[in-house]
Design a protein around this ligand. Structure first.
Ligand code: SF4
Length: 393
């Protein structure tokens, strides 16, 4: 195997925040190159280094992502010699589905096992005219938003490209096998983790979601949701053509910092400036503003008025998310009356406002309830359980 080919192997990932949470090394379980780790550019380099033509990359993308094939031997247009070489030096290995749960409302949740014994969850939500897959970007999350169930689990590491796009790959294959008449038409990077803190891998995985010969999803149907890592929002607007959602949840800094601690580093004014820049760069686009509805915390008329003022002039849609309680949560869901009043005030001010329907309640697949099973490197989970009086097993 050439040095260039070995260079393609993503063994070191560097999350962004605290020192103690950096430099996570993902030890490969095999010396083979996982072709799921390579986007179009990576595959082109890979095949060029093998002395092959660039168009092999497209053939490979079609086999893997369009047809869901993981067996090189079946790739009939590759030639015997090349297939043999690929069998020796590469593999196509996605996270393994270890549990599948189907909800009464058609939602599916999959528990996927990763290298190193960690697990993540991926959820598919079918609707009348679309099917949305909610994809994770990290094992746990380091950002500690106080209303988020994932945050109580702590953080382990960033996912690799193969582990991110592998969620789409596995879900597409399973849906085909299950005979689902709804396909994946939308992907939202809203599962476990802050996607912008795993920027390089997320960008590559999203480029495959968008690739015409892979999943061919239009730009507006691949959404990256961030809690507001401002420098990376600016990069994203330059380097990727996808939709942006902001987990805002509060209209002023004091309240937002108490809910989304990263607000201390990137306060609302900086975040709003980045949003305006994003929509200026992507003409005709809007930003989705996510706002979790927490009883007596951020759901009064005062916050609604502040939100109207804050978002004035920003092309956006507002998505109100009734809070989904979890064990030990310190918040309650806003009453339907409070959500309705909040929504009406926003609509009256001219904002397109929707209230997210809770889906997959019976299988804990609702928004903010994805937890996976992971080894926490931050010890936050042990502290959380101790606070609840639960023995840490
Ligand atoms: S809401 Fe998102 S960014 Fe905040 S802790 Fe949860 S997963 Fe992380």
């Amino acid at each position: 195997m050439s040095a260039q080919i070995l260079d393609l192997f993503p063994v070191v990932v560097k999350p962004f925040l605290a020192k103690s949470e950096q430099e996570t090394v993902v030890e490969p379980v095999s010396a083979k190159i996982n072709l799921l780790d390579l986007d179009r550019k990576g595959l082109e380099t890979f095949f060029t280094n093998l002395g092959e033509k660039k168009f092999r990359a497209q053939q490979m993308i079609q086999w893997i992502h369009q047809r869901g094939i993981d067996d090189v031997e079946s790739m009939s247009d590759l030639g015997k010699k090349l297939r043999l070489c690929l069998q020796e030096s590469t593999e196509i290995r996605a996270p393994e589905i270890v549990k599948e749960q189907g909800s009464a409302d058609g939602t599916y949740k999959w528990l996927l096992r990763l290298e190193g014994g960690n697990h993540i969850e991926t959820v598919f939500i079918p609707e009348k005219e679309r099917g949305t897959l909610c994809v994770s970007s990290q094992i746990g999350c380091a950002l500690n938003c106080t209303f988020c169930s994932t945050a109580t689990q702590g953080f382990n590491r960033n996912l690799t490209v193969a582990e991110i796009i592998g969620q789409v790959w596995q879900a597409s294959r399973r849906l085909k096998i299950l005979g689902s008449n709804v396909k994946i038409t939308n992907v939202v990077m809203m599962g476990m983790g802050e996607p912008l803190l795993n920027y390089d891998a997320v960008i590559k995985a999203m480029s495959l979601m968008r690739d015409d010969h892979a999943y061919a999803l239009p730009a507006r149907r691949v959404t990256l949701s961030t809690s507001g890592v401002v420098p990376y929002i600016e990069r994203l607007s330059r380097e990727a053509d996808v939709a942006l959602a902001i987990s805002l949840h509060a209209p002023n800094d004091t309240l937002r910092t108490s809910l989304v601690p990263i607000n201390k580093k990137y306060p609302i004014a900086m975040l709003m400036a980045a949003c305006h820049q994003f929509v200026n760069d992507k003409r005709g686009r809007h930003v989705v503003i996510e706002y979790v509805m927490l009883k007596d915390v951020n759901d009064s008329e005062r916050e609604a008025k502040q939100l109207v003022k804050l978002l004035a002039g920003l092309p956006c849609k507002i998505n109100l998310i009734p809070f989904n309680p979890f064990l030990g949560a310190e918040y309650k869901r806003s009453t339907p009356e409070a959500i309705d009043a909040f929504s009406r005030r926003l609509k009256k001010a001219g904002f397109i406002t929707t209230v997210r329907k809770t889906r997959g309640d019976d299988i804990d697949a609702a928004c903010g309830q994805l937890v996976g099973k992971m080894m926490d490197r931050t010890k936050r989970n042990a502290r959380f359980l101790a606070k609840q009086g639960v023995a840490h097993g």
